[in-house]
Design a protein around this ligand. Structure first.
Ligand code: COA
Length: 261
């Protein structure tokens, strides 16, 4: 008998979800997607939209037993008392490990991934943290045509799309997106929530700060550092470090404005 596929929900139902849907269908039974947008499609390729955040809360209430939630809470508190880690990180890590430890106790573990695209790295991270608290299991999504070197690290909730390349000694944090045909060369680091757009090329040893967005077809030269929350416009060629929060465009890339302006 064919084993049934693990079940999964997705947060986010826009274009990024369509790409993810194709990626995930072979490995997961996608129960549906949630999204706060009011103009979201009611279904995509047979996968229903299950509603907004309120609908999610009601759904979570009816899909997880009180006993399971009790385990997470007790385990998190007990283990959280005994070490000196940063509070927020510790809580999230312990929640994740409590979830994993309890898999055997949950008859049908439910997985999740957050599908919120470029420009919203921090929102992706925040929603991921919230869904962890509800006891869902995070996944990492890597397309079957992507190349990921055997010693590259890809963090929880991150997504590597079709024909992307992730070379040796690369470290990709949590909730990152490496889009279609993007290339991340040796020893690059992507911090949590960073996004690399379709066809963008990062030469070796590039460092991308948290929540930064590198858009379609940009090229980043070796050892360049892209600051946290910076935006690299489509087609830009980046020769030198980009300050945190700056939007740069052109060849050679120059600061256009600040992201907050
Ligand atoms: C960089 C970017 C975010 C800037 O957006 P913006 O702040 O709204 O910029 P505007 O459209 O107001 O343009 C402002 C100026 O910058 C120029 N500009 C904008 N994007 C540019 C780019 N990628 N390369 C060169 N110049 C660019 C515009 O021509 C305009 O110049 P002008 O003032 O001389 O007319 C955007 O243009 C971009 O590159 N987005 C990429 C989107 C993408 O790839 N999405 C796919 C995600 S998977």
């Amino acid at each position: 008998m064919k084993p049934s596929l693990p079940e999964l929900i997705v947060w986010g139902g826009t274009g990024n979800f369509k790409v993810l849907c194709e990626l995930l269908r072979a490995d997961y039974c996608i129960l549906g997607y949630f999204d706060n947008n009011t103009n979201i499609a009611p279904e995509y390729r047979g996968v229903p939209c299950l509603g907004n955040r309120e609908a999610f809360l009601a759904w979570a209430e009816s899909n997880f037993t009180a006993e399971t939630r009790g385990f997470f809470t007790a385990e998190t508190q007990r283990r959280g008392e005994s070490s000196g880690e940063k509070k927020e990180e510790k809580t999230l890590r312990l929640r994740a490990s409590a979830v994993k430890k309890n898999v055997s106790a949950v008859q049908n573990p439910l997985h999740f991934i957050v599908s919120i695209g470029p420009g919203y790295g921090q929102v992706r991270r925040d929603v991921h943290a919230e869904l962890l608290q509800h006891g869902l299991l995070p996944i990492t999504a890597i397309h079957r045509t992507a190349f990921v070197a055997d010693n590259a690290g890809v963090g929880e909730g991150s997504q590597i799309y079709a024909n992307a390349t992730v070379c040796v000694d690369v470290q990709i944090g949590r909730n990152c997106i490496v889009n279609t045909r993007a290339s991340i060369d040796h020893e690059c680091v992507l911090e949590d929530g960073a996004t690399v757009g379709p066809g963008a090329v990062l030469a070796g040893l590039v460092h991308v700060g948290e929540n930064a967005d590198i858009y379609t077809g940009a090229v980043i030269l070796p050892r360049v550092r892209i600051g946290a929350g910076a935006v690299v416009g489509a087609g830009a060629v980046v020769l030198k470090d980009v300050p945190a929060g700056a939007v740069v465009v052109g060849n050679p890339a120059r600061v256009l404005r600040l992201r907050s302006e």
